[in-house]
Design a protein around this ligand. Sequence first.
Ligand code: ADP
Length: 496
Amino acid sequence: MIPRSLFARLVTVLLGLLTAIGVFYVALSITTTRLHIQEITQYLHRSLAADLAGYKPLIKENNVDKAALKNVFDMLMVVNPAIEVYLLDAEGRILGFSAAPEKIKRDRVALDPIRAFVQDGAKLPIRGDDPRNPTEQKIFSAAAISQGGRLQGYLYVVLGGEAYDSVAGMLETSWIMRLGGGVAIASLILIAAIGVLLFTWLTRRLRRLTVSVENFRLGGAKGADFPKLRQSDGRDEIDELTRTFAEMAGRIDDQVEALARAGAVRRELITNISHDLRTPLASLQGAIETLQMKEDSLSAEDRRHYLDLAHKHSQRLGRLITDLFELTTLESEDRQLHIEPFSLAELVQDVAQRFRAMADEKNLRLEVDIPLNSSPVQGDIGLIERVLANLTENAIKYTPAGGKVEIGVSGGNGRITARVSDTGVGIGADDLPHIFERTYRAAKDRGTGPDGAGLGLAIAKRIVELHDSTLQVESRPRHGTSFSFDLATAPTTGAD
Ligand code: ADP
């Protein structure tokens, strides 16, 4: 089974690698040591066969000199019993040997290794057939026996050293091998321990980050407690990951909060809108129902009255819906303005003209105060007209008969200010901070005041903001109110 945690995987891979490397190097060093020992042994005994062959002639007139051979065997038994001597003919057949006959398992040995050995500069170790074992090969010393320039055969000396033939044998006989093996195993264990410690240290920060990310999943960025990074900390990949994660978590939290806030605002807006729509709708329904039920008993005058009422409320409903739609479009992020240069003074004149009849009807003086020469401003003329109209309509609505409403333009030097002032009821200090909120209506106007959706100022404020300006208000209850905003003048072209 593959372990799941990164730490366990790293440790498994490390231990696996170390074991593989350990096995490889132990096998390598045992093999090279064995070959080296064989090389040295064969090298040291290189001339042994030649010396023995030169000691006494072993073949006389094509026959083995048995007495001479026995003499050599006996001598060697004394010097080194591990050494075995064989006398071979020119084809490699064994003619004589120094061991008990039942031990000899071959009747001939291959000549190629022997020929290679007797050549000068042969690369040692060379192994030849072991007459005592049909499958084994051993190092040897060999010399050609010639008579009168004719090759008679070979003296083939198998060098001992069975102890070095197996790993167990080598370890048993050599304490240096044992020491080397022990040191190798100890150093592998040490490397493994250091590796495990290193991985523990490296993965600890990752584990902390994992815990933080899990906490974040469960309880948001506040409970995540991401590891704090100091300025002095090295900026490695884990630090980067931690920082990025903490930033991302903060941003996700902000977005979740913003979404929750937007949701609350939307719910409030829907509540307000449905409330606002319900009032004129109920009045409209009431008027229509009266007309339906009392159709026969109503005088022509009353019928007219209810029809007027129904008309008025349906108009209000229509306006409310238009205003809501407009405000929503203005508040959308990608609202595009059609900015162009235009004369604010002329626009003020036009708006005043539009409302003159309404002011006259309420018995108000509507005055326009514009300078003779005023620079054109930059803006969306349709939207600015909407602002001026909303402010003027409010001023007329909230000013009692006999009062005065004044629309004026002033200023220069880069910005031109538009102002709509009245001598009306004014706005109380409590209401003043809220009048720009959607659907807010001052307490005295709620239910009893002039018809309005409470969206006019919200729309005006938004439009002015879209022009990088602010809608200002000053008001004194029972004395009057003054709204103002300014716009940037249009850049003068070279031709002017
Ligand atoms: P409404 O449709 O109610 O007029 P507005 O957004 O235009 O909605 O205005 C919000 C509130 O601000 C009004 O209900 C009113 O109480 C107050 N207000 C606006 N303009 C004036 C003004 N010129 N004089 C006094 N009160 C005003």
